[in-house]
Structure formats: structure tokens, C-alpha cells
Design a protein around this ligand. Sequence first.
Ligand code: UDP
Length: 387
Amino acid sequence: MKISIIAGTRPEVVKLAPVHAAFAAKPGMTAEWVATGQHGSLAEQAEAVFGITPDRKLQPDWNRKDLWSLTGALIDDLGAHYAQSRPDAVLVQGDTATAFSGAMAAFLANIPVGHVEAGLRSGDLAHPFPEEGFRKLIAPIGQMHFAPTRQAARNLKQDGVKDALIRLTGNTVIDAVQQVAALDRKPAVLDRVNDGERIILVTLHRRENWDEGVAGVCTAIRTLRNENPDVRIILPIHLNPRVRGPIEAALGNEGRIELIEPLAYPEFVAVMKRAYLILSDSGGVQEEAPSFGVPVLVLRDKTERQEAIRAGVAKLVGADAARILAAARPLLKSSRAHARMARRSNPFGDGKASERIVEAIALLLASQGQVNSPGASILPMMRTASA
Ligand code: UDP
């Protein structure tokens, strides 16, 4: 059985790398890695960490500014790739243009689609845009839905996905973060942190935070630095020029604010482990931080990762300076308030999600025999396996 794994963004690489490794360890299965280039060097940096050499690198023009044109080009390129490579199934992850296009091209080529991290919902098509729409649109055309949490599985059922097609696996990001945390790297930026200093780690990249959001977060960061002489801010700046320019303009050359290039994943996780507090609009970071007991203030108005909020290890604060400050100040002032959020308990997974995904696919195959022709539906196998 040949599976095509489609990855373009940094989080897709991080979250699909452990699945790729689990396929490699499974006799009778081959997984090809198809890189779409969506995050360019950021994704390549993550591929290098996991020792992944793409079997195919697509080169759509990522400089097109319109999402419809980008998505159209990507569906075209992926469809052409499937026609030539003839995988038995396609695996996509999450909610990006890469994931949606990978799933849509496979659907149109009549190839079964598996969706890793299926079922996340914010309930608002505008937040996050376009991600909420992309992940919802994958649901009706996918044939295997790997839900990271019970809530995600419930969301899928609510969207009409049949129970028999859903597997509760945990999130593969926990598999990845456990693997790289064990490397225990020490990035150079940690050498600039003085003894006794508390680290606030910040990441910011989402479309909904461009412009106003970036300005609000930068104001909050400067204020927190001014108010707390023992705080050092570490901010690896995303390569996207829509956030990079404004952040550099607002915070360049400020004491105790380290604006640095994106860190390789093991280095980033090393900083996360050492952080006192994280401010982030990243989905992956919200999922990873509870593994290390580091509180996260989520720089968004809505999140599809309610599990961390409910567990009390993350708080939704948006990107408005006053709201960020109102949430951050008590955590910096009171070690008790901080301790209440700093619990090492991760609602997103246990580090075995990739194994479960590969086992589920293998089980389905074993129950039905090998699928040899592209386009052969695995729907009956899914039903048999869960019967
Ligand atoms: N990350 C990284 N280096 C950095 C910043 C983030 O390796 O300098 C990792 C982070 O640990 C997480 C992923 O990149 O696994 C998150 O990516 P991003 O914030 O771009 O996307 P999102 O999670 O919001 O989809």
C-alpha cells in the first residue's frame, strides 16, 4: 500500500513527520512525502530536523496573493502528481491551503483521503480564516478522520461524519514534541538569558493578527518588559513579511527583547521548556506547551483548541494590548496565580497518535486485503474494521 503524505507548512511537517516514521517502521506500507513549499525554508528546516527528504517537491507560485488562485494552482499540481504517482490513499493534516488542496485533488482523482487532526472547530468561518473553512470542507470528502480529542470526534459527528470513519488517536504533535524535547538542545539565545531572568516566549503569525493585532501585541510586550526588570522576551519572528516588518519596526533594538530568526524545532522546544509564560497565536504551541507546564495566553479571539482552556492551562486573550496585560500581569506578580496555570497535563495526546493512525490504516487493509488500484474505495473497510 502506498500512501502520499502531503505537507507544506511548518506545523504540517512537525505533525506528519512522526506518521511518516511510523509508516516506515510498518512492513508492507510505503509512504511518499510530497512537499508543496507553502512555508518554504521554514518547512524545510523542520524536514531536516526529522531527516525527511521529500520524494516530490512541488513548485506552485506561492507569491500569488489571492487564495483562490493559490489553491487552484495547488489542486492542479497535486492532481497531476497523483495521476503520475498513483497512491492508494492520501494523508493530509490540519487546515491549510495545502491540506485542503491535497484532499480536494485526491477526491477529484477518486483516491481515498485520510485527515490527520480532523474535527477541530472554532464555530466561526471568519476566525480563523481561511483555516476553519478548509478543515470543514475536508470533512465531507475525507474517508478516514483521525480526531485528536473527544471534542474533535464529537465535532465531526455533528458535521455528519459517520462514527465508523472516525478514530480517536490523540494529536501527533505530542509524538513530535516528545521526540525533540529528548534532544535537550541549547540554542544561542538562551546564553543571553541572565540567571534568575524569567522568559516570556512570543510567537505571532496569523492572518487575523496582521496589522492591528501585531501593534497590540508589540505594545503589550514593551509594557511587560518595562514593568518587570527580571523578564526577557524571546520572539522568533515568522518569515511572513506581513508580520516580520511591523514587529521589527516596533521592537527592534530594545533591551531584553530578543527578536530572533525562527528557531529549528528542537531549539524552539528547548526555549519553550525554559519559558515562564508563552504568548502565542499558534495552534501547535497551544498544544505543545501543556506538556511542559508552561501557561499560554492565546493571542486570538476564538480557538478551536478549547481543551487547553478548559484544563485551565491556557487563556484566550486576543491581541489587544489591554487584555493581554490584564491576563499577564497577575501571572508575573503572583507565583500562586502562575502555579495554578502551570500544570503539566496535556489534554491533546500521549505521544502514540502516529502509531494509532498507522495501525488503524493497516487494520483496515488487513480486513479487506490490499488496495491495489487508485480510486478503490476504502469505505467498506472502515465499516468492517469498526463493526
Ligand atoms: N516552531 C518552531 N520554531 C519557531 C516557532 C515555532 O519550530 O521559531 C514550531 C512550534 O513548536 C509548533 C509549530 O512551529 O510546532 C507552529 O507553527 P506555526 O505557529 O507556524 O503554525 P500553527 O501552529 O499556528 O499552525
